[in-house]
Design a protein around this ligand. Structure first.
Ligand code: FS2
Ligand code: SF4
Length: 541
């Protein structure tokens, strides 16, 4: 196997024996094959569109589902992955019949999969290392990883009834272009930037879907303690799954708690009517081995964020949608269908209430609408000098010890700074009690990783209010942490919006070749991180 798609890849080079995430070589190979087959499908759908044919939305869903299933910590189930490969190749074959001829199609678009062994044999020749040139390989996979993140956001919007045919067409065309040997490095650089632009569209689509369905996030205090009734813990990012779970658990005597990236669900007005929607339990995804254990009740994984479960609580893990793990129960349900969570509810009733691991509360809900509602106060604080700078510390959390940097950095920030955050990176500093500036909390949490879009909207609005020509003239610095592929599309989207001088850590992606990293440094002044003390000096003098 060779996988280097996440920040925790071995030696910041690549996982070759076994993933740090727990992914085994066979699973990695099936994921390689699935991406390859999906690129072939994208090639055929792109040709069909070019000749004026319509492509069914089920095909778009197959593509986004495939990409999403290969995101880090999403799907570890070989049987599901192999099935998806076969389905994809079958769909490609069927669609090929709509083309006048197959001339010029790549092997990916002509592949017919076969049994597991045939899939594995093909996988051995089509993974990351199949591209010999360092820079071409780097750009192809930077784009592919960005598309994985984009697909996740498109999928979340889709379950709420919003999709954008142009975005689906872009994803499929761009996937196909990563197989195109005629593209030069500069052309691939352009494609990377176009992917970032499409990323903005995807995040705006999801923002509209979430706020359209559930209202605009508002300032909310979220309880960290537990009640005395049994509970279900919901993790991942899918708000529609949460909605169905809340509806079905109402009046059953079972409470619902959020974990990890589901925390921001509490900020949406639509979910506040559920008195059994108790609070947030625990921290970021990587601490789940202890936290799922002590939660005592069933856990629903709606998207990526699954760490291979310990035997001690594996029977309490339920997966849904693109999440999979062998031996864990899967709740089925396609887009638009009602999922049946009765098995989880019955299971919860047999479990003791969660063991309390924290008390107190945290405050969040500072997505763009809420912050802009406070704009007068914020602008006044900036004009008076009470707020000197905003520090965007969005992104991911992870296991690496070096991530304590972010806690130390947040603690040592000058007291006249405000942190703008989104994503699970927040867990490194959202319980530090950093205080407030004239009633404005010093940590403003916009929401999930996709809500980084909110941070961009806020920045663009502030630019307008302060009459600036360039978003980079705002008193905002960017110190972003990444882990998996959704962070890749967030980064590319910020670059597409013209944001420069982003510091990215805890390490730069292993999939950036020295030349590609150089392009990002030269065009966008991207930099890594050093120590909290040195970076504070660099940021604040
Ligand atoms: Fe946490 Fe990073 Fe949200 Fe992942 S914010 S690890 O991309 O999807 O989570
Ligand atoms: Fe390694 Fe990350 Fe790939 Fe898992 S997803 S195999 S940890 S690079």
């Amino acid at each position: 196997m060779f996988c280097y798609q996440c920040q925790e890849t071995v030696g910041n080079k690549g996982c070759t024996q076994m993933g740090v995430c727990g992914k085994k070589p066979r699973t990695a190979a099936l994921q390689d094959a699935l991406i390859y087959a999906t690129k072939g499908l994208g090639e055929v759908t792109t040709r069909l569109r070019a000749q004026g044919a319509a492509v069914d939305h089920d095909i778009d869903r197959l593509v986004t589902g495939n990409l999403f299933a290969t995101i880090t910590n999403a799907n570890f189930d070989d049987a599901i992955l192999a099935r998806r490969v076969r389905e994809t190749c079958a769909a490609t074959k069927k669609l090929r019949t709509g083309l006048p001829d197959a001339a010029g199609l790549t092997d990916a678009a002509l592949w017919e999969a076969g049994d597991d062994e045939a899939i594995l044999a093909r996988a051995a020749t089509v993974g990351v290392l199949a591209t010999p040139d360092d820079d071409v390989r780097s750009l192809r996979w930077l784009i592919t990883y960005g598309l994985k993140g984009m697909a996740a956001y498109a999928k979340h919007a889709d379950v709420l009834g919003r999709h954008d045919k142009g975005l689906d067409a872009f994803m499929q065309k761009t996937l196909a272009q990563t197989l195109d040997n005629s593209l030069s490095v500069p052309e691939l650089v352009n494609l990377t930037l176009e992917t970032g632009k499409a990323g903005v569209t995807a995040m705006a689509l999801l923002d509209a879907a979430n706020t359209g369905a559930y209202g605009h996030p508002e300032i909310t205090t979220v309880d960290l303690g537990v009640g005395n009734r049994p509970g279900i813990l919901i993790s991942g990012h899918d708000l529609r799954d949460l909605e169905m779970l809340l509806e079905q658990t109402e009046g059953t005597g079972v409470d619902v708690y959020t974990h990890g990236e589901m925390l921001p669900a509490h900020y949406y007005p639509a979910f506040k009517k559920y008195s059994h929607f108790k609070g947030n339990y625990g921290n970021a995804w990587w601490r789940q081995k202890e936290e799922f254990e002590s939660f005592n009740g069933p856990v629903l994984l709606t998207t990526n964020c699954l760490v291979p479960p310990k035997e001690s609580y594996k029977d309490r893990i339920y997966t849904t949608d693109i999440v999979g793990f062998p031996g864990c129960k899967h709740i089925s349900g396609e887009v638009g269908e009602r999922k049946d969570f009765s098995a989880l509810i019955a299971h919860a009733k047999t479990c003791p209430p969660p063991t309390e691991i924290e008390t107190g509360s945290i405050v969040g809900g500072f997505a763009h609408n809420q912050v802009l509602a406070l704009a007068d106060k914020v602008v006044e604080a900036v004009k008076s000098g009470a707020i000197k700078k905003f520090v965007v510390m969005a992104g991911c959390d992870g296991r690496a010890k070096s991530r304590s940097y972010y806690t130390e950095f947040a603690e040592a920030l000058p007291k006249d700074t405000v942190i703008l955050t989104a994503g699970c990176a927040k867990y490194r500093y959202n319980k530090l009690n950093l205080g407030d500036i004239g009633g404005i909390p010093r940590v403003l949490d916009a929401g999930q990783c996709n809500d980084s879009y909110s941070l961009a909207v806020i920045a663009l609005k502030l630019k307008e209010v302060f009459g600036l020509d360039d978003v980079n003239d705002l008193p905002i610095v960017y110190n972003i942490a990444w882990y998996e592929q959704k962070a890749v599309i967030v980064l590319l989207a910020l670059l597409a919006l013209g944001v420069k001088n982003i510091h990215l850590g805890p390490t730069l992606p292993a999939f950036l070749s020295p030349n590609v990293a150089k392009v990002l440094v030269e065009q966008f002044n991207i930099a890594g991180i050093t120590t909290p003390q040195d970076d504070l000096k660099a940021f604040f003098g």
